[in-house]
Ligand binder design. Structure first.
Ligand code: KG4
Ligand code: ZN
Length: 362
């Protein structure tokens, strides 16, 4: 089975070809082309939805063609075309979906509308033989959630953010400290040579029941600490980044600890369960190490996809398409893109800022 995956929901224009064989659980990435829109957004210090949509439109044809060429195939060799159909910035999502539908229609291939969060959630199964259920910590630019992944299309949300998402907090911290865009990798780089003990920052939700997240208090504390710094004190910036990252690490571990209890919820699981991290923030090496040691201390299998498959890419979309096709699921060409598309529709909506508003990154 060969599937083309298209991703355009935020600021990466991406296409990939993934192959899967019957009886083999994982897939094989035949091509993976990602264009990060750095030049377009860096002077604004964040993603500008309209600019993102135009940039997707300009490049999508060439990127899809390159993925097909890199895979050494033609469009007629594909079994299906999958595209992120939400949640995300709707202008970009519509461009990816229309491109996928056009190819599927012209070449009479199947079309799969993929939930971007599901693509992050299942990425790990493209690479490793991981069975359901597993505990998923999903950390992206617009979402921070702990989920019990029960199966393809079956997600139980255990906790979510009541205000900002983890990635958003990294991005705002970077902007505040003048570290540039994208913020996450910039904060991580600065933190490497910083002393986390120099600044005492809050750890929102730490030791509170449940496994919801909150990051806005931490962001405010970083802003206040930044305001007190002498200009040009680059060591203080590095120390502040290290303290910030350290607090994020503490909070994530505390939330995962409670999330694990909720995940187990009295049921008997065969073997020790897996803790999986996904989404752009999961590319952070410091957080991966902290979460890895936590998992080890609890006797959990810890799995983090390689950093390039944590941030947005087409391979995860193609793979989610394959997982759905394997269950006989595909979509009609009148499927409408969805700016909001929760993984667990039954979970009570949180009245926070994350995910609300037309221009929110996902
Ligand atoms: O999953 P993703 O690529 O796009 C969304 O679906 O949002 O996640 C992007 C987010 C951004 O907020 C970015 O700053 C963050 O992931 N990120 C990181 C790192 N790399 C990307 N955050 C912390 N450390 C990193 N190394
Ligand atoms: Zn994403």
């Amino acid at each position: 089975m060969l599937v083309l995956g298209i991703e355009t929901s935020c600021d990466e224009t991406a296409a990939s070809v993934v192959a899967a064989k019957e009886g083999v659980p994982c897939g094989e990435i035949r091509a993976n082309v990602v264009h990060a829109q750095l030049a377009e957004h860096s002077r604004f210090g964040g993603v500008v939805p309209e600019l993102a949509a135009r940039a997707h439109l300009e490049r999508i044809d060439r990127i899809v063609q390159k993925a097909i060429d890199d895979a050494g195939i033609g469009f007629d060799d594909l079994d299906a075309v999958a595209a992120t159909a939400g949640p995300g910035l709707i202008g970009g999502v519509a461009i990816g979906v229309m491109t996928a539908k056009a190819i599927a229609f012209a070449r009479r291939r199947r079309f799969i509308a993929v939930n971007h969060l599901e693509a992050h959630a299942l990425t790990v199964r493209l690479l490793e033989n991981v069975s359901f259920p597993y505990l998923l910590l999903l950390l992206s630019g617009g979402h921070s959630q702990l989920l019990s992944v029960e199966g393809v299309g079956r997600y139980r949300r255990l906790g979510t953010t009541i205000d900002d998402a983890a990635g958003e907090t990294f991005d705002k911290t970077a902007k505040l400290l003048g570290l540039g865009f994208p913020g996450g990798p910039a904060v991580e780089r600065a933190a490497r040579d910083g002393d986390p003990r120099r600044f005492a920052l809050p750890r929102p939700m730490w030791r509170k029941p449940g496994c919801d997240f909150s990051f806005s208090g931490l962001k405010t504390a970083v802003r206040q600490a930044a305001a007190s710094l002498a200009s040009g004190d680059s060591q203080a910036v590095r120390d502040l980044c290290a303290a910030f990252q350290h607090c994020v690490g503490d909070v994530l571990i505390d939330r995962c600890s409670n999330g694990l209890e909720m995940f187990r919820n009295g049921r008997t699981l065969a073997g020790s369960p897996a803790l999986v991290v996904a989404g752009g923030v999961a590319a952070n090496d410091y957080l991966r190490r902290r979460l890895g040691s936590f998992a080890e201390s609890r006797n959990l299998r810890f799995i983090a996809p390689p950093p390039a498959l944590c941030t947005d890419n087409g391979a995860m979309v193609a793979w989610a398409g394959i997982e759905r096709l394997r269950l006989g699921l595909d979509d009609k060409l009148d499927f409408a893109p969805r700016p909001r598309w929760p993984l667990d529709p039954v979970a009570a909506p949180r009245v926070g800022r994350a995910g609300i508003g037309a221009g929110v990154k996902v």
